[in-house]
Design a protein around this ligand. Structure first.
Ligand SMILES: Cc1cc2nc3c(=O)[nH]c(=O)nc-3n(C[C@H](O)[C@H](O)[C@H](O)COP(=O)(O)O)c2cc1C
Length: 208
C-alpha cells in the first residue's frame, strides 16, 4: 500500500517489471485516482517527428502493455512506419510515474474481436463512425449523421462487427522505469532493462 514519502529501493523491487507494475497499479486504484489507466503514448513516424496522446491501458501481462485504437489514425500510421513507442503513466497525486519504451506489435484479430465485443454498443458504433480517426472533417454533424446511419444498419439486437481498421497494439517493453518522488528532489528512479528474450531483467538506478 502506498505511503507518503515512501522510498523505492532495489531490495524491495519485484524480480520483473510486470509484477512491480501490478503492485503500483493496485496502489493507484486503492488511492482512488481518476483514470488510473490513462497513459501518454509517444510515437514517431519515418520522418522522426514525434507525436503524443493519451490512450487507455486495457490489459497488461508478461508480454507487455495493450491499448486499442484505429489502425489508420496518425498513431496507427506512425506505428506502421516505425513500430516503437514510449508510454508514460503519470500518477501525480501519489508522486509516482512509470515510463515504458519498447517494440509495438498488433494484437491478433481474435483478441481484438474479444475486446471489441465486450464494449458498449455506443462505443462500437463510435469506432465505426470515426473510421478516419485523425483526418480533418467538415463538421460535427458529419460524425453524428454517420453514427445515426450506422445505428440503422446495426439496430439493437444485431452484433456490431469489429472494423478491420480497428484493434489492439501491444507495447513489448525493452525498459520499464519506476519513478518515486522524494524530498529535496532526490527521487528514486529504478529501471528494468531486458537482458534477453527469455524473461531476464537487469535493474539500474538512474540519477534523478
Ligand atoms: C483519457 C483519454 C483516454 C483516451 N483513450 C483512447 C484510447 O484508448 N484509444 C484511442 O484511440 N484514443 C484514445 N483517446 C483519444 C486520443 O488521445 C487521441 O485523440 C486519438 O486517439 C487520436 O490520436 P492520433 O491522431 O494521434 O492518432 C483518449 C483520450 C483521453 C483524453
Amino acid at each position: 500500500m502506498y505511503q507518503a514519502d515512501l522510498g523505492l529501493d532495489e531490495a524491495a523491487l519485484a524480480p520483473d517489471p510486470i509484477t512491480q507494475f501490478d503492485a503500483w497499479f493496485a496502489d493507484v486504484v486503492a488511492a482512488g485516482l481518476p483514470e488510473p489507466s490513462a497513459m501518454v503514448l509517444a510515437t514517431a513516424g519515418a520522418d522522426g517527428t514525434p507525436s503524443a496522446r493519451t490512450v487507455l491501458l486495457k490489459h497488461y501481462d508478461d508480454r507487455g502493455f495493450v491499448f486499442y485504437t484505429n489502425y489508420t489514425s496518425r498513431k496507427g500510421q506512425e506505428l506502421a512506419e516505425n513500430p516503437r513507442a514510449g508510454l508514460v503513466l503519470p500518477w501525480h497525486p501519489i508522486r509516482r510515474q512509470v515510463t515504458v519504451v519498447g517494440e509495438v506489435e498488433r494484437l491478433p484479430r481474435t483478441e481484438s474481436e474479444a475486446y471489441f465485443g465486450s464494449r458498449a454498443r455506443g462505443s462500437q458504433l463510435g469506432a465505426w463512425a470515426s473510421e478516419r480517426q485523425s483526418a480533418v472533417i467538415a463538421s460535427r454533424a458529419v460524425l453524428e449523421e454517420r453514427f445515426a446511419e450506422l445505428s440503422r444498419s446495426w439496430p439493437d439486437g444485431t452484433e456490431v462487427p469489429l472494423p478491420d481498421f480497428w484493434g489492439g497494439f501491444r507495447v513489448v517493453p525493452w525498459t520499464v522505469e519506476f519513478w518515486q518522488g522524494r524530498t529535496n528532489r532526490l527521487h528514486d528512479r529504478l529501471r528494468y532493462r531486458r537482458t534477453d528474450d527469455s524473461g531476464g531483467w537487469a535493474v539500474e538506478r538512474l540519477s534523478p
